[in-house]
Design a protein around this ligand. Structure first.
Ligand SMILES: *Cc1c(COP(=O)(O)O)cnc(C)c1O
Length: 404
């Protein structure tokens, strides 16, 4: 296992080892180079930091609590601490990134925002900050996803965003991302593209990870202040594109005392063909502007992923995670739909917190770990489960019968 420091994780060209880079069409070259050249200096400006801090505090509701889940702890024999990203405005961690990126877009002189969304969570987080800042907002969303996630489409429209159906391919996230990129290519001068996870061409993976790193920096402070602990024994997070995991791991990457675990969506099972376990099944390839691991056929066709959770069924993964997997700094464990459902119902009943189905994948790691009794484990509670009630409800009888 290698150790890394935050400054050496990514190189000057935007590579994490052999993963990352910026594979973009000619037409986007100027935009990407502009972003690469100035994202770090803008983020370091005192006026930017001050404005971001106020928005994170008063609009997003940070710091989010680090909550000791006592009944869940007793069940698993660990001290389980929940980092409550579900309490962020809009109900998940995604707004940490959209707040940061919209401030950056303003400083770049952009007046319009384009975004892609799968389940609609990133679209809502983007529409939210566009309304806040008075910016035009266009969100591309697969036609199939629009039908499946109607409430999120309504939320975006309510806040003034234009939701455009992506009608090509499988009409889901991958296609929406292609269309959003195409829109940006056609409007490079006045538009900023807000990507929703730690994916895409450099500098997006690093920029998104930095905006989300507020999660682990708060954990460090809260662990000391509330529990007198310098570090946890382990941190758990679910991994779709990898943004909440990147944020939850970020300040612990160079601390070898902290074990890091990512939960990938295995769907019906890694071997079933109905899965989204990218790191366990993927091979090297370029998707959406970066070299990473992709679930693809031998001749490079992307295989449609599957998971019960809409936020995790992405056929790729951020390059940072492909690298952390390769150097074995983080262990990525596949979690099935069934394991996630079990964990979602368990948290609801033991702690009175209904987690997002994505988040339930991270919680499902608890019974699979073999750590010493009493270990302190932080779980990144990435989002709340209100949006998943229709899915949970289908299984309610099963859990009600087996509850006692
Ligand atoms: C979108 C989403 C995820 C997955 O995205 P990451 O970029 O991997 O964090 C996880 N949890 C929730 C609640 C989400 O909305």
């Amino acid at each position: 296992m290698s150790t890394l420091s935050e400054s050496t994780l990514i190189d000057a060209e935007g590579y994490y080892g052999t993963f990352g880079g910026a594979f973009v069409p000619e037409m986007l070259y100027a935009n990407i180079v502009e972003l690469q050249a100035c994202y770090l200096s803008i983020m370091a400006e005192p006026s930017f930091e001050a404005e971001l801090e106020i928005l994170l505090r008063d609009f997003v509701g940070r710091p989010t609590p680090l909550f000791e889940a006592k009944r869940l702890s007793a069940r698993h024999g660990y001290q389980v601490l929940l980092k409550r990203e579900d309490l962020c405005h809009t109900g998940a961690h995604k707004v940490n990134n959209t707040v940061g990126q919209i401030l950056l877009a303003k400083r770049l002189g952009k007046r319009k925002i384009v975004a892609e969304t799968g389940a609609g969570q990133h679209g809502v987080a983007t529409a939210t900050v566009c309304a806040l800042m008075g910016m035009d907002c266009i969100v591309y969303m697969g036609e199939v996803d629009m039908a499946r996630q109607q409430p999120n489409v309504d939320r975006m429209r309510m806040m003034g965003a234009k939701v455009v159906p992506a009608t090509s391919g499988s009409k889901t996230l991958k296609d929406a991302t292609n269309e959003a990129m195409r829109h940006w290519i056609n409007h490079p001068a006045d538009t900023h593209y807000i990507i929703g996870s730690a994916v895409g061409p450099h500098p997006y993976p690093d920029m998104v990870a930095r905006f989300q790193s507020i999660i682990s920096s708060e954990c460090q402070r809260q662990l000391i202040a509330q529990f007198g602990l310098e570090h946890p024994d382990a941190v758990l997070a679910c991994v779709g594109g990898g943004s909440n995991a990147a944020g939850a791991f970020y300040h612990y990457l160079s601390d070898e005392r902290v074990m890091l675990f990512g939960a990938e969506a295995a769907g019906l099972g890694v071997e079933t063909g109905h899965t989204a376990a990218t790191l366990n099944l993927g091979t090297n390839g370029v998707l959406h502007g970066a070299m990473s691991k992709i679930i693809q056929t031998a001749d490079g066709q992307v295989i449609e992923p599957y998971s019960i959770s809409a936020g995790l069924d992405y056929p790729g993964i951020g390059p940072m995670h492909a690298y952390l997997h390769e150097i074995e700094r983080v262990v990525y464990i596949p979690v099935t739909d069934q394991q996630a459902l079990d964990a979602g119902f368990e948290l609801s009943r033991l702690e009175g917190i209904i987690p997002a189905l994505e988040t339930a994948h991270a919680l499902a790691l608890l019974p699979t770990l073999d750590l010493p009794h009493g270990s302190t484990i932080i779980v990144c509670l990435s989002g709340r489960g209100d949006k998943d009630l229709m899915t949970y409800t289908k299984y309610l009888d099963q859990y009600t019968q087996s509850a006692n």
